[in-house]
Design a protein around this ligand. Sequence first.
Ligand SMILES: Cc1cc2nc3c(=O)[nH]c(=O)nc-3n(C[C@H](O)[C@H](O)[C@H](O)COP(=O)(O)OP(=O)(O)OC[C@H]3O[C@@H](n4cnc5c(N)ncnc54)[C@H](O)[C@@H]3O)c2cc1C
Length: 381
Amino acid sequence: MKIIILGGGASGLMLANILVKNHINADIEIIEKYEHVGKKLLITGNGRCNLTNTNITTKSYNNDFGYNIAKSFDTIQFFNELGLLTYIDNEGRVYPYSLVSNNVLDILRENLNNIKISTSTNIIRIRKKEQQYELTSDSNQTFKADILVLATGGKTYYKDSNSYILANFLEHKVVPLRPALNYLKVQENLSSIENIRCKAKAYLITNNQIIYEDYGEVLFKKEALSGIVIFQLSSIIAKNAYNNYLIELDLLPNMSEDEIVKHLKKFPNMIGMFPKMINQYICKVANTQDPLIISKTIKHLPFHVVENIDYKTAQVTSGGVDVNELKDTLESKIHDNLYFAGEIIDVDGLCGGYNLQFAFASANKVAQDILLKVGTLNEKK
Ligand SMILES: Cc1cc2nc3c(=O)[nH]c(=O)nc-3n(C[C@H](O)[C@H](O)[C@H](O)COP(=O)(O)OP(=O)(O)OC[C@H]3O[C@@H](n4cnc5c(N)ncnc54)[C@H](O)[C@@H]3O)c2cc1C
């Protein structure tokens, strides 16, 4: 029995670990396009790898299918049992205690010494031949598998992703793709406040209705808004058709408009409120010295979103292999012994460790089903 895990990223490495840990009665091979496995893991969480989050709710994912899988796996326990110490910040984000992503990759590689890992192997074609899957690389190498897991990730980071083409070869539908967890381009020229950060409550508005709100850090770019709170908004936008979105920032969510007016009457030069450049930007938008209007502007600073289809800066792909064509075990409903794990599936989470959590939990789901099917060496004895 031969199992091929296509893709040596977060989900592929987790899957191999669980199969090996349970002494699977089969040969496993990981096939990876690049020269090393886990390249992307190293840059996650700004090099610190935000592994998971302690607060997983239905709102953390684009669909219940993703949520149900994500909550089924205890990522902290898995890593702790392998010796990784973890650190949890105030917002439930979980990191390796060292705050170094390399530790996570080292731990995931540590127990894979006895399985075959074929690196620098780019699979460009997959066919089902009788009961086996035949994979062909761009250098015409062929591989045969009784069980195949597609763990090839999404469109972000790797410019040349062919994940979805491979899924199409196997007759799976792909829900339209969009970049998510991304900065948002806006019509406004923000060069005067470029690289300034501030805390704000952000409202996402379309058709005069607030459809999402969140509080956090915003980073102003020349023609864009960035920062964690904006990433969350971009995820909401990715799930909906593009629809003239407006973002309003409330730069003083703890003060009412009246309180701000009182403050401005006492301190009209605004010293002590925001960085000087932000004060000037607010006055330019308000276009008056009237404290009433300035107060309103501080509470409703407007930014008009321009559609962003750039994957270069996005952290995750919205869309992917249609979950309606997958069993709860993540086996294909179209082909037996074909599974999907990780970002290739139409599941995306908010910023804060939710996407790695889904990658790990989906790998565990697949592993448990394969273990049931194939059995373990212990059972054989
Ligand atoms: C900058 C950045 C920061 C991020 N930070 C976080 C974070 O802190 N927390 C979080 O939860 N999420 C984070 N994410 C998202 C997270 O990294 C992904 O959701 C997660 O890695 C998906 O895991 P995966 O196994 O599905 O795919 P990947 O980790 O992308 O792995 C897929 C693997 O498959 C290989 N592959 C693809 N196609 C082929 C092929 N044809 N042949 C052979 N091999 C192939 C790829 O080379 C890759 O190694 C971040 C993403 C980015 C881009």
